[in-house]
Design a protein around this ligand. Structure first.
Ligand SMILES: [Ca+2]
Length: 492
């Protein structure tokens, strides 16, 4: 028998049941979110993802990634191991403090040509559903003086291998078996080097390589060349070799640097939606978002931000990306789709709030409306849907093809009713936390592992509530006999 003890201090009492606010995560309470009728739900946050928010802290979302380079190739902390000097180039590691450590790679170049080449990285990854695997090689560079032009390249040493013959023979075997079989010829490799004229400050540059997804193994080699401006000295640090996003494939900007060999999973935060009491039939889902700069220049597209559902075939509510969804599954209805491409582009503009933008989806049984910064940008009729078993409320992406969000997220809220038209612009113009009078003041002193909301048998915690204006301490003892059963004792 597992005994879990939850101690909460609630002040003032959440009036959530009166406002139908059934989920609220502000990232300012160590992961504690309001969930259902005034209950706290602990969401696991990674401290390295907490960044300055619209109010207090926000959470930064990035796609999952691995830096395929060795630790020394990525940060040059232990000499020049992993780098081969080009002809006539003198390589050394010198002391300089950067974001990536205390040493940087220095190359004294006398003539145009190869500066350094990396020892190949053996990579075996898949690219499900996509015709190509896309790899990105990025580095931070600077020069001892302006006027030099450099080129970063990425190549697969297995390019001259037997991959083409293997694909062709597999295709032939397929058509021999079934003459109508659809086969794709081998895809030509696409290389996109990154060229830059580095200044005396650090600057990131990236090279891209696309290969046929059926090629099982790559031996990836990154190279830096001086095109023009030698003799000169070029400094390198913060190198990263990664696979681009599998979906959408347009997410091909390099991610924030992580050490060589390090891996980060998807950053999204999931909650079983029924814990909030979400009915699906009507509601208002919203948040503040801010896109991330592309460190090679420009701003990165954000893609899906929030989603409630399980996949393409069940009811779905989604904010962000080219298409917002609401109601019955996208595969079952023509309606219930809001074009979000224009709103997504508008996110790249700084706007009134230092890059932050307010996104809202509000719906009832008949229609849904999307809002950007308090203004409606589109509406759609819909076929209402109810959440199916296992429906997830996902912060920071969508389960449709596992699309990850790129950007910062703050003040996520979900109401169980459609907010009136005039309340949404007011919410977007607030200069204080949302909603100011009803910010959850759940302060969690202790939450034992194993504790969670469970409303499979109605709403077991709805009895435990403080009255308006009360400052109340609750001590709950939950005895967890079976997964589906929580017994509560409460004293004030
Ligand atoms: Ca916040």
């Amino acid at each position: 028998m597992v005994v879990a003890v939850l101690v909460l201090t609630v002040r003032p009492l959440l009036a959530a049941s009166a406002t139908d606010l059934i989920f609220y995560q502000d990232f300012d309470h160590r992961g504690l979110a309001l969930c259902g009728s005034g209950w706290g739900s602990e969401q696991a946050l990674s401290p390295e993802n907490l960044v300055p928010g619209r109010f207090g802290k926000a959470y930064r979302f990035e796609r999952p990634r691995t830096n395929f380079l060795s630790p020394n190739q990525s940060s040059v902390e232990a000499g020049v191991e992993g780098f081969t000097a080009g002809e006539g180039v003198k390589l050394s590691s010198v002391r300089e403090k950067t974001t990536f450590g205390k040493q940087v790679l220095t190359a004294e170049v006398t003539n145009p040509g190869v500066v350094w080449t990396l020892t190949p990285a053996k990579v075996t990854v898949e690219s499900r559903y996509r015709p190509a695997k896309v790899f990105l090689f990025s580095a931070y560079l600077r020069a001892d003086r302006p006027g030099m032009k450099v080129r970063l390249r990425l190549a697969d040493q297995n390019e001259s291998g037997d991959w083409r013959a293997r694909i062709e023979s597999a295709n032939k075997a397929a058509t021999d078996k079934d003459p109508k079989a659809k086969v794709q010829p081998p895809m030509d490799t696409v290389t996109a080097p990154g060229e830059v004229m580095p200044g005396t400050g650090w600057q990131r540059v990236a090279a891209r390589l696309e290969v046929d997804a059926r090629r099982a193994e790559q031996a990836l080699v990154g190279t830096l060349e001086v095109v023009d401006g030698a003799p000169a000295t070029v400094f390198s640090d913060g190198l990263q070799l990664e696979q681009a996003c599998v979906y959408p494939l347009s997410n091909t900007d390099p991610t924030f640097w992580i050490p060589g060999g390090a891996k980060r999973g998807p950053a999204w935060i999931d909650l079983i939606a029924r814990e909030t009491g979400f009915s699906g039939e009507r509601g208002t889902l919203g948040c503040w978002v801010r896109p991330l700069p592309d460190q090679c220049g420009g701003t990165r597209m954000m893609n899906a931000v929030l989603a409630i559902g399980t996949g393409w075939f069940s009811p779905l509510w989604q904010i962000g990306g080219h298409q917002w969804y609401v109601g019955e599954g996208p595969t079952k209805q023509e309606r219930g789709k809001l074009y979000g491409g224009g709103a997504e582009k508008s996110l790249l503009e700084t706007g009134q709030w230092d890059g932050w933008h307010h996104l809202v989806l509000a719906w009832d049984e008949k229609e849904a409306v999307g809002y950007l910064d308090g203004k409606s940008f589109g509406k759609t009729p819909l076929a209402p849907g109810k959440p199916v078993a296992g429906t997830i409320l996902r912060l920071g992406g969508s389960f449709l093809e596992g699309t990850p969000m790129t950007g910062d997220l703050d003040e996520v809220f979900l109401y169980s009713r459609r907010l009136p038209e005039d309340e949404i612009p007011r919410a977007a113009c607030r200069r204080t936390k949302f909603p100011p009078s009803r910010t959850p003041r759940l302060r969690c002193r202790q939450i034992c592992p194993g504790f969670s909301c469970d409303d499979r048998h109605g709403r077991p915690f709805s009895a435990v509530r403080a009255k308006p204006g009360y400052r109340l301490s609750l001590c709950l003892t939950a005895r967890r006999r079976r997964r589906s059963s929580l017994r509560l004792a409460c004293r004030t």
